[in-house]
Write a new protein. Structure first.
Ligand code: ADP
Length: 299
C-alpha cells in the first residue's frame, strides 16, 4: 500500500514556500527526529536560511527607519534654514531701497551714476539670493507635502500683469519683450501668490531660453476653468525630453550655455497640482515652447 506520508521533496517544497512567506515550522527537535541524516542536513540548512532572511529583513526595516529619519531631519533643516535666511534678505532689500532713495535725493550727479549702477548690481544679486532661498523653501515644502493653498477673490489677468511687470527689466536685459493678451478680466477664487509664482517661473524660463525673441502670455477662461499660457520662440525642447523636464533635477538645455538647478518646472508642476490644475507643454526644438496652465476658477 502506498504511503500517505508526504515525501521528502514534498516536505521540502512546503518549507521553501513557508520561508518565502516569512515563516518556518522547522524546529531543532524536528530536525533531530529525522531518521535520514541527509534530510537532517537539508532541514538544518533551511532553518538557517530562514533565520538569516529574518535578520536581513529586520536590518532592512531599521535602515529604512534611519533613512526616513535622516530625510525628515534634512527637510526640517532646509525649512528652518530657508526661513532664517529670508529675514536678513528682507533687511538687505529694505536697506538697498533706502540707499536708492537717499541717492536720488541727495547725491551729486557724478556720485549718482557710479553708486546707482553698483546698487542696481547689488539688488540683482540679492534678488537672486532671495529666489534661491524661495526655491529651498519650496523644495522642503513639497518634499514634506506641506504646500498650503489659500484662495481669495482675484482677477487672473491682474495676477499675470503683476508677474509680467516685475520681470520687464529682466526680459529687456535679455532682449525679449513681454506681451499680455486677454479679452477681459478673469475673476475667480485664486491663490494669488502661488499663481504669480507659477507664472513667474514660466516667464523666467521663457526669458532664459527665449533667445531674445518676444514672449506672449495669453489668458482665457470658461465658467469653470481659467487658463494661461506662456509662449516663447526660443531654443525649444526635443520631444524625448519633454516628459522628464517636469521631474526633479532634470534639465535638457546644454549646461555649457545655460546654468540652472532643474527644479523650477518640478516646483511649478507641484504648485499647479496643489491648486487642482494641470500643466502641459507644446514645444519644438529650435522653434519655441508653449507652457499652458489650466486651473479651477473657483477652487
Ligand atoms: P532650470 O531652468 O533651472 O534648468 P527648470 O526645471 O525650470 O530648471 O527647467 C528644466 C529644463 O527644461 C531646463 O533645463 C530646460 O532644458 C528646459 N526648459 C524649461 N523651460 C524652457 C523653455 N521655455 N524653453 C526651452 N527649454 C526650457
Amino acid at each position: 500500500m502506498p504511503s500517505t506520508e508526504p515525501s521528502l521533496v514534498e516536505r521540502l517544497l512546503t518549507h521553501i514556500a513557508e520561508i518565502g512567506a516569512g515563516r518556518c515550522s522547522i524546529t531543532d527537535a524536528g530536525i533531530e527526529a529525522e531518521a535520514d541524516p541527509n534530510a537532517q542536513q537539508i532541514f538544518a540548512g533551511l532553518l538557517m536560511l530562514h533565520e538569516d532572511l529574518q535578520f536581513a529583513q529586520q536590518r532592512q526595516t531599521m535602515l529604512l527607519e534611519d533613512l526616513r529619519g535622516a530625510i525628515r531631519a534634512r527637510d526640517e533643516f532646509l525649512s528652518i534654514a530657508g526661513h532664517e535666511l529670508r529675514t536678513p534678505i528682507t533687511t538687505l532689500v529694505l536697506q538697498i531701497e533706502g540707499l536708492e532713495g537717499v541717492l536720488r535725493e541727495k547725491a551729486p550727479a557724478e556720485v549718482f551714476e557710479n553708486v546707482s549702477r553698483r546698487l542696481t548690481l547689488t539688488r540683482r544679486q540679492v534678488d537672486r539670493l532671495a529666489a534661491l532661498i524661495a526655491t529651498l523653501i519650496d523644495v522642503s515644502r513639497i518634499n514634506s507635502q506641506r504646500v498650503e493653498v489659500s484662495r481669495e477673490p482675484a482677477d487672473l489677468v491682474e495676477v499675470l500683469r503683476s508677474a509680467i511687470d516685475r520681470l520687464c527689466d529682466q526680459a529687456s536685459r535679455a532682449g525679449s519683450s513681454l506681451r499680455l493678451e486677454a479679452a477681459g478680466p478673469i475673476p475667480g477664487d485664486l491663490d494669488v501668490s502661488r499663481v504669480e509664482q507659477v507664472a513667474t517661473n514660466l516667464l523666467t524660463n521663457a526669458i532664459r531660453y527665449g533667445r531674445g525673441k518676444p514672449i506672449i502670455v495669453r489668458a482665457s477662461s470658461d465658467d469653470e476653468r481659467a487658463r494661461f499660457s506662456v509662449e516663447d520662440a526660443g531654443i525649444g525642447i526635443a520631444a524625448a525630453d519633454q516628459p522628464r523636464i517636469f521631474e526633479q533635477y532634470e534639465r535638457a538645455a546644454p549646461v555649457t550655455n545655460y546654468a540652472g538647478l532643474g527644479l523650477g518646472l518640478w516646483i511649478t508642476r507641484h504648485l499647479v497640482e496643489a491648486l487642482g490644475g494641470t500643466i502641459s507643454l507644446r514645444s519644438e526644438l529650435g522653434v519655441g515652447s508653449v507652457f499652458t496652465v489650466e486651473l479651477p476658477r473657483f477652487g
